[in-house]
Design a protein around this ligand. Structure first.
Ligand SMILES: Nc1ncnc2c1ncn2[C@@H]1O[C@H](COP(=O)(O)OP(=O)(O)OP(=O)(O)O)[C@@H](O)[C@H]1O
Ligand SMILES: [Mg+2]
Length: 246
């Protein structure tokens, strides 16, 4: 079964066509990277996969069913900018998502649930290499550490689909390389599906089992918004990925 399927998706804002007749499907555990010019609709597409944006036309399916109309723990997202809460330390930043999940009204966990949540959070902090920073506050973390924390916040909920919108775009090159290792490692262990937007082609081929190229098929120079983008290339990059030295 497909984890995600998009059939003839269109996204139109006013008289501006952003996505045009886009078709896409991915299986669980696939790692799709997405590249394309600025403004071509990559973030818009991710927001649809998260469940916070609807297609104007066409249909989206999650595990064969109609797409859920709201975000859920099955789908997590990490943005370029950090999503950490400054008044909470590292471990509580991870816990907060679980607290909202289990107790929408009170936002607090008690007793055995609390213990379980801390155990889950410790486990995920270890996976992203932040176990020694559990009591630090976001302002005490480097950019790479903050982004590890953002990833931990999503992963603690065990999503089936992780969406990443240029997550390493703001990091120094050396730190990005560490983050690549981290992402490949946790993906191979936890095997969630990934759709990751990047501006960096070599990153796209290094991390993705598939590289999707978004672009317009037709262009009208007088009316730039007349035509939208679609997937113009869907490249199997699993070989390149295996050749990457770790
Ligand atoms: N809520 C909205 N209302 C109107 N137009 C929107 C909205 N969201 C996005 N757009 C437009 O849709 C187009 C695609 O935007 P999107 O953010 O998806 O592009 P992108 O491919 O992620 O670009 P970038 O690489 O710069 O991040 C842009 O022209 C943008 O102005
Ligand atoms: Mg974007």
């Amino acid at each position: 079964m497909n984890l995600v399927e998009a059939k003839n998706i269109w996204k139109i804002y006013g008289d501006s066509i952003v996505l045009e007749n886009l078709n896409f499907s991915m299986k669980e555990g696939e790692f799709c990277t997405l590249v394309g010019p600025s403004g071509c609709g990559k973030t818009t597409f991710l927001r649809m996969l998260l469940g916070v944006e609807n297609p104007t036309k066409g249909k989206l399916f999650f595990e064969g069913n109609d797409y859920p109309q709201e975000p859920s723990d099955e789908r997590g997202i990490v943005f370029q900018r950090y999503s950490t809460l400054s008044h909470l330390n590292v471990i509580d930043n991870v816990i907060i998502g679980l607290e909202f999940e289990s107790s929408k009204f009170f936002g607090k966990l008690f007793g055995s649930k609390k213990k379980e949540a801390y155990e889950k959070a410790e486990e995920i902090l270890k996976a992203v290499g932040l176990q020694d920073a559990r009591n630090k506050f976001p302002h005490e973390l480097s950019g790479g550490m903050k982004q590890r924390l953002s990833i931990a916040q999503s992963l603690v909920k065990k999503p089936k689909l992780l969406l990443l919108d240029e997550p390493f775009g703001a990091l120094d090159p050396g730190i990005s390389l560490d983050m690549h290792e981290l992402l490949l490692d946790i993906h191979s262990k936890l095997n969630f599906g990934v759709v990751m937007v990047t501006h960096d082609i070599s990153e796209a081929f290094k991390l993705g089992t598939r590289v999707l190229v978004f672009d317009k098929v037709k262009v009208d120079e007088k009316y730039p918004n007349r035509y939208g983008s679609t997937i113009v290339n869907d490249i199997d990059s699993s070989k390149e990925r295996k050749n990457v030295k770790k």
